[in-house]
Design a protein. Structure first.
Length: 74
């Protein structure tokens, strides 16, 4: 386990950063989250939520892998 990499990825992202990293809209993020297809946000305070950076990165990697596996590139 790469603890240095884990520590670098152990921060919360606010919605604008999540939108930027994923290319998804706010509506799509919350819709995917509701059906279990996107990492759930965490309450940081009563009126603030954040997403775990490592979870969002893992989600992106899984999407990329799924898209490569689902297409015939030959």
């Amino acid at each position: 386990m790469d603890t240095q990499n884990d520590e670098r990825n152990s921060r919360f992202l606010r919605l604008p950063e999540v939108k930027f990293l994923t290319g998804l809209s706010k509506t799509t993020i919350y819709a995917l989250q509701a059906i279990g297809d996107f990492p759930h946000s965490t309450y940081l305070s009563p009126n603030r939520v954040g997403w775990d950076l490592a979870a969002v990165i893992d989600w992106r990697k899984a999407r990329i892998a799924a898209s490569k596996g689902g297409h015939d590139n030959e």
